[in-house]
Ligand binder design. Structure first.
Ligand SMILES: Cc1ncc(C[n+]2csc(CCOP(=O)(O)OP(=O)(O)O)c2C)c(N)n1
Ligand SMILES: [Mg+2]
Length: 368
């Protein structure tokens, strides 16, 4: 895809496929007992949805970064580099499976059908969107998206409750939430998992390990492996490459099957890397937490670039014969998504001018 200096991380600007990374990408597929079968059985439209989902997610973040740089916003929380952990998971779920995203999984909101312009509007605090200017966390149960909770980890018990209701009603649905590796040290994550485990509910908890919590490297703080979380609750634990959209898709699909067979909850460990700051304000400090080599290594594993390159090596997946034809298709999709993101951002900016929040409604919905 097109890159956007100065908004993209510097490792992405002149991104070129790395042969060792691409062969590891392919090896992950070849060595999976389930993924080659899922790829062979997939509707070709799946690959288009995964690709456009990744691109939409990236472009949403680029648009927010542009707003920060031009003074429209003071800061923004991004998922740069971690897009595949969100997009791959969503594609493995049914439309009516609810998700509880972290703010870093904001793309879950628009991928589940909340209008993109609303996802921009919440950042601008306009009065004509679901939060009516009150909060930039966005969810909408009509689209099966539970609003992110600022207190990290708190969505695990909430989503366990959704999963319990599905079990009690005999509905074939699962609930999914993501939690950062840092948040796995909170009490609520373990309380939620303990209840979910004892009630055997269809809950998937994705531990999105981006190696860092605010300004703390996880190597400096965690004394037990993240993979031990599942075992400590006596539930199934799976792992996936969080930068590999097909591996995430496959692993969540397996987790969903286990949940529907009554073998939930499932904890999925998704290994990825935050290609920036906690938010846009501390990007420089975040660069000091990791070496240049670490950033460079993860930069080579850009989830968008790696997936593009894989698709180019498998033209039949998109129903075409050559890598050139794949590129043409990808460019067409990218142009359409770019137009979609730019016009949603423009609509949101208009709303900022024309629909400020109504001060007389300030106390509406305040219960305590
Ligand atoms: C219960 C709670 N404690 C502290 C904070 C402040 N805080 C916000 S984000 C964050 C780091 C979370 O790290 P991680 O769970 O790894 O998620 P990431 O931001 O890396 O995606 C902290 C400590 C909070 N929001 N909630
Ligand atoms: Mg983290």
């Amino acid at each position: 895809m097109r890159r956007y200096p100065p908004h993209d991380p510097k490792e992405y600007i002149d991104w070129q496929p790395d042969s060792a990374v691409q062969s590891a990408y392919r090896q992950t597929i070849d060595e999976s007992s389930t993924l080659p079968g899922r790829i062979a059985a997939a509707d070709p439209a799946l690959f288009g949805r995964l690709y456009t989902g990744l691109v939409r997610s990236r472009l949403y973040d680029i648009a927010l970064k542009r707003w920060v740089r031009t003074g429209v916003l003071t800061k923004a929380w991004l998922g740069l580099g971690e897009e595949a952990s969100t997009i791959g998971a969503l594609e493995a779920l049914a439309a009516e499976d609810p998700v509880g995203p972290m703010i870093r999984n904001q793309s879950a909101a628009f991928q589940k059908g909340i209008p993109l312009e609303d996802c921009f509007k919440v950042y601008l605090g306009t009065g004509d969107t679901i939060t009516r200017g009150r909060d930039l966390h966005i969810g909408d149960l009509n689209h099966h998206v539970v609003c992110p909770i600022s207190h990290v980890g708190d969505l695990v018990p909430v989503m366990a409750g959704f999963a319990l209701s599905f079990k009690m009603r005999g509905e074939d649905r699962v609930a999914l939430t993501w939690t950062g590796e840092g948040a796995t040290r909170t009490g609520t994550v373990h309380e939620g998992l303990a209840v979910a485990a004892s009630a055997r509910v269809p809950l998937i908890v994705v531990v999105q390990d981006n190696h860092v919590a605010l300004g703390t490297r996880r190597d400096d703080k965690l004394r037990s492996s993240l993979e031990s979380i599942a075992a400590s609750h006596g539930v199934t634990g799976l792992r996936c490459d969080g930068n590999h959209v097909l591996d995430v898709y496959d692993t969540i699909a397996t987790a969903r099957e286990l949940c529907l067979a009554g073998e939930g909850p499932v904890v999925v460990y998704s290994r990825t890397f935050r290609m920036g700051g906690h938010a846009t304000h501390d990007e420089a400090e975040a660069r000091e937490l990791f070496s240049g080599d670490e950033f460079a290594d993860w930069g080579k594993r850009d989830p968008v670039g790696c997936f593009e390159e894989y698709l180019r090596s498998e033209p039949a997946l998109l129903g075409v014969k050559t890598a050139k034809a794949v590129t043409k298709k990808l460019e067409k999709w990218e142009a359409a998504v770019t137009e979609e993101v730019e016009s949603a951002a423009a609509v949101a900016l208009e709303s900022k001018k024309n629909h400020p929040p109504d001060p007389t409604t300030l106390l509406d919905g305040v219960v305590a």
